[in-house]
Design a protein around this ligand. Structure first.
Ligand SMILES: Nc1ncnc2c1ncn2[C@@H]1O[C@H](COP(=O)(O)OP(=O)(O)OP(=O)(O)O)[C@@H](O)[C@H]1O
Ligand SMILES: [Mg+2]
Length: 257
């Protein structure tokens, strides 16, 4: 049985009042000769942005571009006033990314080391980083996980460790790529509560529109391009309608040509 949540992670030291600005100008990304992102342009300021789109539409790729893990082939990206690929220090301070697959994120043998790693990268000494990592574990009622081997965790538990690691760094923007995938209902509800309380900005990629309920804006991607960007209430019905129509046909999301 988890302990009740005592210290919610809402103490973001850098409060955001305006939301996070995101500008993409004709962003293209070619991988192995394949155009994965095609002239993607958008300009917005967000507190809560949901990203939707079919399998292979470019959502995870966009999350990697926005967090500066990969470079554009052409075009410009500015997130929270920085170029996240060129300004790695700024990106570490401003942007946290939760990978779709926790196996791609976890590199340390124990939970405490994994959570402390990002804090060490931010310049904290070992002792302070571990103290802060422990504090985050405690706020999730998971102190007893500190010395657990990450390889011994289930997929959902690994996902939770990754989220705690991202939240420990207190970024102004968190990009979540399917954060609820594989989580049981109580853990999902717990995470949702934390995300709702997070005072920074969130970009949340999900196949389940229910996860994005209450979000102010939705970005719909299709084939690496923007199909729509607008208010949740405007974009969602159009998206669901289109998905219903496709679902009635035999058009299974295929490998991009
Ligand atoms: N490293 C890579 N090499 C080749 N193609 C890639 C690579 N990464 C992504 N792609 C291609 O880019 C396109 C977009 O992939 P991406 O993972 O961003 O989609 P997605 O919208 O996140 O899909 P899903 O909903 O299944 O997670 C796909 O066609 C994919 O095959
Ligand atoms: Mg994806």
């Amino acid at each position: 049985m988890n302990k009740p949540l005592e210290k919610p992670i809402t103490q973001v030291t850098k409060p955001i009042t305006q939301g996070c600005s995101i500008h993409l100008d004709e962003v293209c990304l070619e991988i192995e000769g394949k155009q994965v992102v095609n002239k993607l342009s958008l300009s917005t300021t967000i507190k809560r942005l949901g990203v939707i789109g079919r399998n292979g539409s470019g959502k995870s790729t966009l999350s990697r571009l926005l967090s500066g893990l990969i470079e554009t082939s052409s075009g410009h990206i500015e997130v929270a006033g920085i170029n996240p690929f060129k300004d790695r220090k700024g990106a570490l301070r401003e942007i946290g990314l939760l990978f779709q697959n926790p196996e791609h994120q976890i590199i340390f043998p124990t939970v405490i080391e994994e959570i402390a790693f990002g804090l060490r990268q931010q310049g904290q000494n070992k002792k302070t980083a571990e103290q802060n990592a422990l504090q985050v574990l405690a706020s999730f009622g998971k102190e007893h996980w500190q010395n657990v081997h990450t390889s011994a965790l289930s997929q959902g538990q690994k996902h939770l460790v990754c989220l705690m690691a991202v939240m420990a760094m207190k970024p102004n923007l968190i990009i979540l790529d399917e954060p609820f995938a594989g989580l049981d209902i109580p853990t999902k509800k717990q995470l949702r509560r934390y995300l709702d309380k997070f005072s920074g900005s969130l970009i949340h990629i999900s196949h389940d529109p229910e996860d994005l309920n209450g979000y102010e804006q939705l970005l719909w991607l299709e084939g690496g391009e923007v199909a729509a960007l607008g208010r949740y209430e405007e974009v969602l019905p159009r998206y669901l309608n289109e998905m219903d129509t496709l679902g009635d046909s035999d058009d299974i999301s295929d490998l991009a040509s």
